[in-house]
Design a protein around this ligand. Structure first.
Ligand SMILES: Nc1ncnc2c1ncn2[C@@H]1O[C@H](COP(=O)(O)OP(=O)(O)OP(=O)(O)O)[C@@H](O)[C@H]1O
Length: 244
């Protein structure tokens, strides 16, 4: 784990046609820091993550990120024609190494699924494969875009605890995009709120782990963040768009 900044973004701007989505954004992540990013739907969170992942470079401004970085999305994006273990080591140099894949599948608790086809997995299992694929690169920076968004509540809780464990074991920095204020406060050292193309607000969490949703400090921080987000009716996923 490094103590120095491992992400440094200054004056980042990204526009699509005439619409400026990111507008002079500054962001710093310390080595080993877990940061959650909240913000209303369409405010540019995924766009920022893609830029940090190196998937979008049509930008202005300064972006400094470590070479070793991985990204996991809400949808696991597994290749259906490759067995689970081959998905884990896909894209790594050299010939596919099953023992290596199995080591990381064991880390996420599904070593026994190495030889299965992706279509035989549940959503939660597929998401674990996606995490194993991100971790096999031993990233210094792990970018997570709503990785638990499609999971049921129970699986989601397990996946959150798994990510907390993996983060503590690997010591990488994490940037987690989420719609869920409680998830952000359960996991992160610092919670950022994005608005108008920038980081509009940040809160240091400073609570001991594992965190207690009912503790007065947790409830206070949750209230502050919801207030910042302009959410007064605190439902489980307050930032998601209402169904049409
Ligand atoms: N490739 C693209 N071409 C044109 N517009 C885009 C493109 N990618 C993103 N946008 C626009 O940029 C804005 C921000 O999108 P982005 O997906 O980053 O938001 P978000 O905060 O991640 O939203 P959500 O929480 O709903 O996932 C949206 O208005 C979106 O339509």
């Amino acid at each position: 784990m490094t103590e120095t900044a491992n992400v440094k973004v200054r004056g980042l701007t990204r526009a699509f046609d005439d619409k400026t989505v990111i507008d002079g954004l500054d962001l710093t992540l310390r080595g080993g820091e877990f940061v959650a990013l909240l913000g209303h739907s369409g405010c540019g969170k995924s766009t920022l993550l893609k830029i940090l992942a190196g998937l979008d470079d049509e930008t202005e401004g300064e972006v400094s990120v470590p070479e070793r970085r991985s990204v996991a999305f809400q949808s696991p994006r597994l290749m259906p024609w490759l067995r689970v273990w081959r998905n884990v080591v896909l894209g790594l140099p050299g010939s596919p190494d099953r023992a290596l894949a199995e080591r990381y599948l064991a880390e996420v608790g599904i070593e026994e699924y190495a030889g299965r086809w992706p279509k035989t997995l549940s959503g939660g299992q597929a998401q674990r494969v996606s995490l194993a694929r991100a971790l096999v690169r031993e990233p210094e920076l792990l970018l997570l875009d709503e990785p638990f968004g499609a999971l049921d509540a129970l699986t989601r809780g397990r996946a959150q605890r798994l990510v907390a464990d993996l983060w503590q074991r690997h010591g990488c920095s994490v940037l987690l995009v989420t719609h869920d204020v409680e998830e952000a406060l359960l996991l992160a050292d610092r919670v950022l709120v994005m608005d108008d193309g920038r980081i509009a607000y940040e809160a240091e969490v400073g609570l001991e782990r594992p965190r207690d949703l009912g503790s007065p400090d947790f409830v206070r921080l949750r209230g502050e963040l919801l207030h910042r987000l302009g959410v007064h009716d605190a439902s489980a996923h307050p930032l998601e768009e209402a169904p049409a």
